[in-house]
Design a protein around this ligand. Sequence first.
Ligand SMILES: Cc1cc2nc3c(=O)[nH]c(=O)nc-3n(C[C@H](O)[C@H](O)[C@H](O)COP(=O)(O)OP(=O)(O)OC[C@H]3O[C@@H](n4cnc5c(N)ncnc54)[C@H](O)[C@@H]3O)c2cc1C
Length: 438
Amino acid sequence: MSFNELTGKVITPSDKEYDILRLEYNLAINKFPLAIVYCYDYVDVSNAIKWCRRNHVRLRIRNGGHNYEGYSTGTGILIIDTLYMNKIDIDTEQNIAKIQSGALLGNIYSKLWDQGYGFYGGTCPSVGISGLVLGGGIGLSCRNFGLVTDNLLELQIVDESGKLLTVNRNINPELFWACRGAGGGNFGVVICYTFKVYKVDKITLIQLRWDGSSRDKFFDLWQRWLKTAPIKISCFSGFNKNSIYLNGFFYGSKSEAEKILEKFLLLPGLLDDSSIEHVPFIDAVGAIGSFYGPPNRFKATGRFVYRTLTKGNIKNLIEYVDMSPGEDSCYIRLYSLGGKIKNLPNNYSAYYYRSAKYIIGITADWEKDENAKLYTSWVEEVFKYVKPLTDGCYVNFPYAELKNYGYAYYGGNYHDLKKVKRTYDPNDIFKFQQSIKP
Ligand SMILES: Cc1cc2nc3c(=O)[nH]c(=O)nc-3n(C[C@H](O)[C@H](O)[C@H](O)COP(=O)(O)OP(=O)(O)OC[C@H]3O[C@@H](n4cnc5c(N)ncnc54)[C@H](O)[C@@H]3O)c2cc1C
């Protein structure tokens, strides 16, 4: 087997950058790919797929490398990395953006802002557009604009034979349906996306902080408040042993936001560094993005919540957090859904759990490898408790231990996804631990 037949920039274990470039954002993932090929265009991608088939080498696809379980890497496989394909072209006449599949969120936000546009992406600037949009994509604008994937108009993808396909509502429509919620690593290597984009100016940035004293009241208020909250507000919040946070974007004025959040502002334990400010969209994105530190080791997952949890459920979840290892690195997190997401039927695209109220996240991070078991066991224990209270898992917060993962991620859409897989990847070239089986 010769790497010379690959085109693009090839990194192998004999290159000094290999030990850095083989890593994922989650440092708990420790895999040793045979090589990494950084592609510059679709021809490099196509060559890489054909090379893998000729040489009987398994492949993985990578963009931002943020998959929680490391499904964009592996040992003894070829990583097809699109990071160098990161052009962003904006058509201000039609309000569309063509974004290549290697772009990272931070860059997308700033390029669009330069032309007066916002983006409805997630919160972390180093997350890749590909993993995000192909799994759904939620963020602090998702109730107002829908999922990232709901704003996708077209994509270009290289299929299992190395052929470039255009995919949209009229051309390869089943594949378009499948890629919007189940596309990550399953059907081919996406090269480029076309998105609908919206002009924005100033929005209200919400950053509220409390000590840990009102966690029970906060959680109960969160779930009740969300039932009637206006769609122009989206929030991510959570708590650990000693603190609570709520971050949000509101597409309206500061005074309106204060009114909408009135009950939260009255909760005991609100800290002085809380703020609600009317700021340029890009400053709001920057403020939220600045919370992400350097990569660490972590285990995390998330389940869709449909029903109102009882006071007893909430008390138990707080107890789990209080019994968690370490000081402050185990969280229950809450990600608001609803709004525009729920206006569409469950089979509109592969993203299934459209009328869930929010996602409950269970996250733990640690610094030393020897602590991994302690923290992953905590996530596992809380997951077991949360599972019967909730319905399905968000594929972008994947969990390797899931049984029947296909139904957990895609619910009633899984059956049709298997059909699409049989049509577009009958030989199961795009296979990983939790891929869709043909
Ligand atoms: C710190 C952090 C913050 C996050 N914040 C949010 C958030 O606000 N909202 C949210 O919805 N999610 C969030 N996530 C989850 C995130 O959406 C997923 O981890 C996503 O899959 C990451 O995409 P990526 O391209 O960076 O990852 P990768 O690991 O590179 O890829 C993820 C998956 O997509 C596949 N893939 C990558 N590129 C392509 C391609 N070109 N064609 C086909 N398949 C491809 C991979 O094979 C893999 O299966 C966050 C994750 C982290 C670690």
